[in-house]
Ligand binder design. Structure first.
Ligand code: COA
Ligand code: ZN
Length: 307
């Protein structure tokens, strides 16, 4: 391929997941109106796809108790972009279906120990439940997350064979065509990201793979960028770098959306997202929500932010 063509094709697909992964780890309840304002501002910044909430037990994650109201708001006001929500079980899928969502993310962890800690199910139990969701709600698109792909707080690093076998089950038994590979606790490193993406794409050429990484060792932007260079379908990031799984000890925030968009915009990638607008959204969030921010906008003087 000639280099001119390559430059013309520098398009990166960045999906915002802060309203789910970011908010789920915030202790104090974020007023629903603040969540709606954040969604509206993200939409106004140019996002084409946003994970808006999760349909989980309010006992497990009280922060998400307003999932239905948030979904209704998003369906009304963000109707021309893709919106989706995470679900841990059939109950959550049914609620998402009832409110009218067209896409959900059932979550399963590559490590069985983490799957049990997170959703209290064995691998087989989760897969059986996904099958039931698929059979009962065939019009909803399922784009599962595989958590702990890059390392687990209980089992350490897991084998690529285990990952390929999980992908095989999700594609052949449930019929999914798009999967998100998640570094739930942020222990991935560039060569590992490269190898995992190459291996999965090679073994499943017709499946779309997304990348979702956390920023424990400040490698979030780098690892996300490796994913983009390796041709993932999309990378997922979180406004302000908020985030983390409450059921994964040591989990930290995601790659910060504004940090990644800053880099991509200056490096000439077309994302369709306005950095200035996103930065203003991150500042709104920072002014209204107490959380574990890792995005660097907080430490930078205003005059340097938008250069
Ligand atoms: N939405 C709302 N309520 C739910 C629910 C859902 N998706 N799933 C279960 N519940 C409720 C049940 O109605 C029940 O309520 P009750 O005690 O008032 O009767 C209670 O939660 C427990 O139900 P149970 O059948 O024991 O739960 P479960 O085994 O089906 O599932 C989980 C429990 C895993 C779904 C729950 O712990 C959960 O939602 N965890 C959140 C996981 C998560 O979001 N992790 C971070 C993102 S990866
Ligand atoms: Zn995450």
């Amino acid at each position: 391929m000639n280099t001119d063509n390559k430059i013309l094709q520098k398009k990166a697909n960045v999906v915002e997941i802060g309203p789910r992964d970011g908010f789920q780890n915030v202790k104090e309840f974020i007023p629903t109106e603040v969540k709606k304002t954040v969604l509206q501002k993200l939409y106004d910044s140019g996002y084409k796809k946003i994970q808006i909430t999760s349909f989980v037990s309010p006992k497990a994650i009280p922060q998400m108790k307003d999932a239905t109201e948030i979904a209704e708001f998003a369906l009304r006001n963000l109707s021309d972009i893709d919106i989706f929500a995470l679900v841990p079980n059939y109950y959550g899928a049914k609620s998402a279906h009832e409110v009218g969502l067209k896409e959900i993310t059932p979550v399963i962890s590559l490590s069985e120990s983490h799957n049990k800690a997170n959703v209290r199910r064995s691998h087989q139990e989760s897969l059986d439940e996904f099958k039931r969701i698929k059979d009962d709600f065939p019009e909803m698109k399922l784009t599962p997350d595989i958590a702990t792909v890059f390392g687990c707080p209980f089992e350490g690093r897991l084998s690529i064979d285990l990952l390929l076998s999980m992908i095989d089950k999700l594609t052949s038994q449930i019929g999914v065509t798009e999967i998100t590979l998640c570094d739930t606790i942020g222990v991935g490193y560039p060569e590992q990201v490269r190898q995992i993406i190459r291996n999965t794409k090679q073994a499943f050429p017709s499946i779309k793979f997304n990348l979702h990484v956390h920023d424990t060792r400040n490698m979030g932007v780098l690892n996300s960028y490796i994913g983009i260079l390796e041709g993932v379908n999309s990378v997922q990031t979180s406004l302000g770098g908020l985030g983390g799984c409450p059921f994964a000890p040591g989990a930290t925030g995601n790659t910060s959306s504004e940090d990644l968009i800053y880099m991509l915009q200056h490096d000439g990638w077309d994302t369709g997202i306005s950095f200035d607008s996103l930065l203003a959204t991150a500042k709104y969030l920072h002014g209204n929500v107490q959380g574990n921010y890792s995005g660097h906008h907080i430490h930078i003087k205003d005059e340097y932010c938008c250069l």
